[in-house]
Design a binder for this molecule. Structure first.
Ligand code: PPS
Length: 277
């Protein structure tokens, strides 16, 4: 962890969730913003459409554990959300989630992305985001990822910890970035089923179109261009939005080493990821 995510620890851990809060949990760069926009449109797209054009996604869906000087903390933003439900984002591994979310039996949507594309996306994010540690060169970054020495810890522990939680917590919907890429409409249907929502076919079409990569990339309220800590000249937040970009980064040797290490780390897991579709 870095101090931006621990400075507000007590307030975060004592955060009072409400029964209808919805927590969006992910390892960084797994599709948080995409699913946040989908949920925001599902709940508020018709009721208050002006939200989509006037409030950046990071204010509509506060990042619970963040505390950056001169900006409202995630807990302040979440506590002051006027909406019902409140949509709240976290990158915490499952064991750090404030206990009130479990006590209130809140719905949780977890999104996971295959490790190879996830690490590539994280690398470019660390290059352009001033509150992230300097990533260094790609090769050493990849080694650090394998060792789990990342902000928010090990990807392997994160996806497996949440997967294990899903076996006992029925209000946890576990999604995959690759499935969303393959068929956004199908995943939207599954999400609606989990949330108990039944939007019209027309509304669903509006949502899937609104959250297409190209539309989100040009939408200033979704693409993070309004947040000064990011330097889009280095790399945009909405970078590629693809499955398989890892092939443009991994050398053959890095890929072999990664696969071997992956097999060991994931040998007890039933989780299956797709690195291409
Ligand atoms: S963060 O900072 O952790 O909240 O980032 P997160 O939103 O989880 O992940 C950012 C990556 O998701 C891609 N993205 C999308 N892909 C496809 N379609 C849509 N609509 C979409 N929205 C965001 C974004 O481009 C980042 O992935 P990369 O591979 O870097 O492009």
């Amino acid at each position: 962890m870095t101090h931006y995510f621990t400075d507000n620890w007590e307030n975060v851990q004592n955060f009072q969730a409400r029964p209808d809060d919805i927590l969006i949990a992910t390892y960084p760069k797994a599709g948080t913003t995409w699913v946040s926009c989908i949920l925001d449109l599902l709940y508020f797209g018709q009721k208050s459409p002006e939200r989509q054009t006037s409030i950046p996604i990071y204010d509509r869906v506060p990042f619970l554990e963040i505390k950056i000087p001169t900006v409202h903390s995630g807990t302040d933003l979440a506590e002051n959300l006027p909406t019902s439900p409140r949509l709240i984002k976290t990158h915490f591994p499952v064991q750090f989630v404030p206990k009130s979310f479990w006590e209130q039996n809140c719905k949780i949507v977890y999104v996971a992305r295959n490790a190879k594309d996830n690490v590539v996306s994280f690398f470019h994010f660390d290059r352009m985001n001033m509150v992230e540690p300097e990533p260094g060169d790609w090769s050493s970054y990849l080694n650090r990822f394998m060792e789990g020495k990342m902000v928010f810890g090990s990807w392997y522990d994160h996806v497996n910890g949440w997967w294990k939680k899903k076996q006992t917590h029925s209000k946890l919907h576990y999604m995959f970035y690759e499935d969303l890429i393959e068929d956004t409409g199908r995943e939207l249907d599954k999400l609606c089923c989990f949330l108990g929502l039944s939007p019209s076919a027309e509304e669903k079409k509006r949502i899937t179109s609104g959250v297409q990569f190209d539309n989100m990339k040009k939408n200033d309220m979704a693409n993070y261009s309004t947040l000064p800590v990011m330097d889009f000249k280095i790399s945009p937040f909405m970078r590629k939005g693809k499955v398989g970009d890892w092939k443009n980064h991994f050398t053959v040797a890095q890929n072999e080493q990664f696969d071997e290490d992956y097999k060991k780390k994931m040998k007890d897991s039933t989780l299956q990821f797709r690195t291409e579709i």
